[in-house]
Ligand binder design. Structure first.
Ligand SMILES: Cc1cc2nc3c(=O)[nH]c(=O)nc-3n(C[C@H](O)[C@H](O)[C@H](O)COP(=O)(O)OP(=O)(O)OC[C@H]3O[C@@H](n4cnc5c(N)ncnc54)[C@H](O)[C@@H]3O)c2cc1C
Length: 395
């Protein structure tokens, strides 16, 4: 029986584990190693930060869903991978594998900008459950005593979508409460223009986002880098000082320390078209852990987002490839990654589709409307249902 270890219990790790068990049944002994004991539906964290969701609404305990699918669960933090000996090392144990799937997501690199981040820094973030809960507390204080909000991301960001969502959500809610005039909003980003999203923009995303920020009276500072964040003040590299009462800034990402030695200088794993490590052939990587080169150099560095949709698609291809190795038979066809994403905008949402993700593209679209807000809410329920029931093969 092949021993398959999976690091990570989120979009990538769970999809890979469920698919491997579905494809290989008793021929594989699949083990998920995760430092978190629950799956968190990360796309709903901005709503949690707004007080629209509670943790219980968007989390699923991992052990029962894995064990009912005959997948072992080790709730420990991986501290390293010995690729030559084919072992994952945790604080308490060593797990030998024939195949390894790395789906360990990002290390959030707050340390790259002095004063950035909620732990010992001066800004909030919405990228983990704990951070989003803390941001919700800051938001409630802000509502009692509003002032300027500085929202956005610092240099090197790859996941900028949620910062747009948060800016539009607070704008909508402040208007709803009739206090928007007491709360100027400034949006800062390392992207060369709003709507770039780290992928060179898609269709008319630049003009659409410029219009949206203008209509909402949100001041945009694009193509910028942050020098430091002092208490209550963002200081840009050009010396501009932006005082704030509320600030949510997304950090750049790196690979997590346990696997970064297998990756590029930022710890992201180089893979081939089926997500197999370019050097260690029994190691696969999917999702945020994967190295994807930006489509174009930007004056201030930005990275390529790896969305949930892209992550699930990578995990399915990796699982099919491992299954074809073990069972014999042809591997799945390589195909360029596409993306389908629903971005909340408070009173509506935008749908974005691109095939392939990076230009030049065969197809792309971006469109906003209230119906996409309903689609985003429906998708949250659908994905949580899929995860609770291990239905990774559903679309
Ligand atoms: C706020 C926010 C909103 C988003 N909204 C959308 C959206 O609307 N649509 C969309 O498509 N995408 C969205 N994304 C992107 C999406 O969340 C990611 O693509 C997805 O989470 C990537 O999945 P992953 O499995 O690669 O990594 P992650 O989801 O980050 O999971 C990593 C897993 O590895 C575990 N782990 C990490 N280190 C270790 C270790 N050393 N040992 C053991 N376990 C470890 C973690 O606990 C976790 O279980 C959003 C992202 C954010 C931050």
């Amino acid at each position: 029986m092949a021993k398959i270890a999976v690091i990570g219990g989120s979009f990538g790790g769970l999809t890979a584990a469920f698919e491997l068990k579905r494809l290989l049944g008793k021929k594989a002994d699949v083990t998920v190693i995760s430092d978190d004991d629950k799956f968190v539906f990360i796309p709903s964290l901005p709503w949690l930060a707004m007080g629209i969701r509670r943790a219980a609404d968007i989390t699923v305990p991992l052990r029962p869903i894995l064990e009912s699918n005959k997948i072992a669960f080790i709730n420990e933090k991986a501290t390293g991978v010995d690729a030559d000996a084919s072992k994952v090392v945790t604080e308490k144990s060593e797990i030998a594998y024939d195949y390894l799937v790395i789906a360990s997501g990002p290390h959030l690199a707050f340390e790259e900008v002095p004063g950035l981040g909620p732990d010992g820094g001066n800004t909030d973030c919405i990228f983990t459950l704990g951070q989003a809960e803390k941001t919700n507390a800051s938001w409630n204080r802000f509502l009692e005593s509003p002032g300027t909000a500085v929202i956005g991301s610092v240099q090197g960001v790859s996941c900028s979508g949620p910062t747009y969502e948060y800016a539009f959500e607070i704008d909508t809610e402040l208007r709803h409460r009739k206090i928007r005039h007491k709360a100027p909003i400034v949006f800062i980003t390392s992207e060369p223009y709003v709507g770039h999203f780290g992928i060179g923009g898609l269709r008319n995303s630049k003009t659409m986002m410029e219009d949206e920020f203008a209509k909402r009276d949100i001041k945009v500072i694009a193509n910028t880098a942050v020098a430091e964040i002092a208490p209550g003040e963002v200081i840009l590299k050009d010396g501009t000082k932006l005082p704030f009462k509320l600030s949510m800034l997304a950090p750049a990402m790196k690979g997590v320390p346990a696997v970064s030695h297998l990756g590029n200088p930022r710890g992201f794993i180089p893979v081939d078209g089926r997500y197999r490590h370019t050097k260690h052939r029994n190691i696969f990587a999917v999702g945020v852990a994967v190295a994807i080169a930006p489509p174009e150099p930007t004056p201030v560095p930005t990275g390529v987002p790896k969305t949930g949709y892209m992550t699930v698609s990578m995990a399915k291809t990796a699982a099919l490839t491992i299954a074809s190795d073990i069972l014999g038979g042809p591997p799945p066809q390589e195909k360029p990654l596409d993306v389908l994403c629903l971005m909340d905008m408070g009173d509506k949402a935008a749908i974005m589709k691109a095939y392939p993700v990076l230009p030049p593209r065969q197809e792309s679209m971006i469109e906003a409307g209230v119906r996409y807000k309903w689609a985003k809410i429906a998708f949250e329920k659908y994905f949580l249902f899929k995860i609770r029931h291990g239905l990774s093969n559903w679309p």
